[in-house]
Design a protein around this ligand. Structure first.
Ligand code: HEM
Length: 455
């Protein structure tokens, strides 16, 4: 018979809110699953929540009855203010229609068309790093990776139709916009954000700046004679399978804004961890260098090289195991249901954490050890698919996963052709696990030249 999960009592009225709102939230989540098991019940204010930490149960939530585990959560409400209804935020039939329309643009064959855009951006970025390196200055990895991944995603979306001025404007508003969204989700008191405060006006101003650029580019593209092969064009050409209708301007804007936001900070954070880890793991770095030298030598990779750089991919996957860019994911359970042997009450919140699942001792040997060989094909086959969820899973798995993996492998390979990235010995290396897993402190690194590109 289904049983009621156990969990911490929390404080009167507020429940476990201070624990989940604190910067040590992941440590707290880890401690309650250690104490109460893989399904834990707790309260936040008056609302009931469950923490789910078992791959079988994750498979159930993400693949069975997905319409009963919705995105009607506070964090998605705030995200929707910026994104509108898009593949990321929509639910039910509206989401299905959007996903089916947008998905073909992210198939492997379509992503391959974007490889040159990616490598051009990375080349340009590394040329800037070469002059930094020659002047002996350190680089700050988090900001550098954010800049690079934002450039890759906006160029993949708009290719040459994006002017330098537009890119500068996008870069200027992005950081404060993301910070404001994060602040709203961390302190979700809606009323506060409706007040006529300077801060709130600025927030709307950031969204307006991005909207102006996006709508202008869409309008220009609709009448352009030469249509480039970029994501915007793939999305404009995409049609709903049933009705044959294309996306409207508003729908296009929402998808583009989603890809800006979903598609760069995640990859940037994982890349920052990767360089930080490699800095102290010379054996792993050497294996990467060997693979890159053998496969690419000095040449720029093309789409077909992705499959020939398996070690780079394994290192990136292992980095996302220990530092998943999205460490905690929420859902709302609509109706009473059972999950494994447990009774789950409708109207409750559900949390699951890739960070905890990726360290679950029943599914990972020596979980704290960084070992890329866990991602050998044979090892991957043996493992429970839902024990590794950096991109989520099931029908709502990240639509940009192939894009992100190709981008990351190319960044690793092309950077390795030219440099060793050595973290400054004074730099502290500590994760801040909030909505994303980001470095708590600036990550200063010195670039050591391997060789210059001789083109
Ligand atoms: C390392 C990089 C990335 C990570 C770790 C990541 C992670 C995730 C995760 C965990 C989800 C599932 C959210 C949920 O179930 O609530 C998701 C969904 C999504 N991601 Fe990504 N993402 C990455 C890169 C990208 C890129 C590059 C794009 C697009 C350019 C993108 C677009 C999306 C979209 C549209 C969804 C919503 C899919 C749906 O609900 O149908 N992501 N991502």
């Amino acid at each position: 018979m289904a049983k009621k999960p156990n969990g911490p009592r929390g404080y009167p009225f507020i429940g476990s809110l201070p624990k989940l709102a604190s910067s040590k939230r992941v440590e707290w989540l880890q401690s309650i699953t250690n104490t109460y098991g893989d399904v834990v019940e707790f309260k936040l204010l008056k609302k009931n929540f469950y923490l789910i930490n078992h791959p079988d149960l994750m498979k159930d939530i993400l693949t069975r009855d997905i319409d009963n585990y919705t995105k009607k959560t506070i964090s998605f409400k705030f995200i929707k203010e910026v994104l509108g209804e898009s593949t990321f935020t929509a639910m039910g039939d509206d989401w299905r229609r959007k996903r089916l329309t947008v998905q073909p643009s992210f198939r492997n064959a379509s992503i391959s068309n974007l490889a040159t855009i990616m490598t051009d951006c990375i080349e340009e970025f590394l040329t800037e790093w070469e002059s930094q390196c020659d002047s002996g200055k350190t680089v700050e990895l988090s900001a550098a990776m954010m800049h690079l991944t934002l450039k890759v995603v906006v160029k993949a979306l708009f290719s040459s139709t994006l002017s330098d001025t537009d890119f500068k404007d996008i870069t200027k508003v992005f950081k404060p916009l993301l910070e404001a969204v994060n602040a709203r989700i961390s302190f979700p008191v809606k009323m506060l954000y409706r007040l006529p405060l300077n801060k709130n006006k600025k927030y709307q101003g950031y969204i307006d700046t991005l909207d102006d650029i996006i709508y202008r580019i869409i309008a220009d593209r609709r009448v352009a004679d030469n249509k480039p092969t970029d994501l915007l064009q793939m999305l404009i050409d995409a049609t709903d399978e049933e009705t044959g209708l294309p996306l409207t301007d508003i729908e296009l804007r929402n998808e583009l804004m989603t890809m800006f936001i979903a598609g760069h900070e995640t990859t940037a954070n994982a890349m920052s961890w990767l360089w930080t880890i490699l800095s102290s793991k010379s054996d792993i770095r050497q294996k990467i260098e060997q693979e890159v030298d053998e496969v690419l030598g000095d040449r720029v990779p093309d789409a077909s090289d992705f499959a020939n750089l398996p070690y780079c991919l394994k290192v990136f996957k292992e980095t996302m195991r220990l530092y998943p860019p999205v460490p905690i994911l929420p859902r709302q359970v609509e109706r009473d249901t059972t999950l494994g042997n447990y009774k789950i009450k409708g109207g409750s919140g559900v949390l699951f954490s890739p960070h905890l699942l990726h360290r679950h001792p029943d599914f990972w040997d020596a979980p704290e050890v960084f070992d890329p060989n866990r991602f050998d094909k044979e090892e991957e086959r043996k493992r429970h698919t839902y024990a590794y969820l950096p991109f989520g899973g099931g029908a709502r798995v990240c639509i940009g996963n192939n894009f992100a993996l190709m981008e990351a492998v190319f960044i690793i390979a092309m950077t390795t052709q030219r440099f060793r990235v050595n973290l400054d010995s004074d730099t502290s290396f500590e994760p801040l696990v909030g909505l994303t897993t980001k470095p708590k402190f600036a990550l200063h690194a010195l670039l050591q030249r391997r060789r210059a590109r001789n083109t």
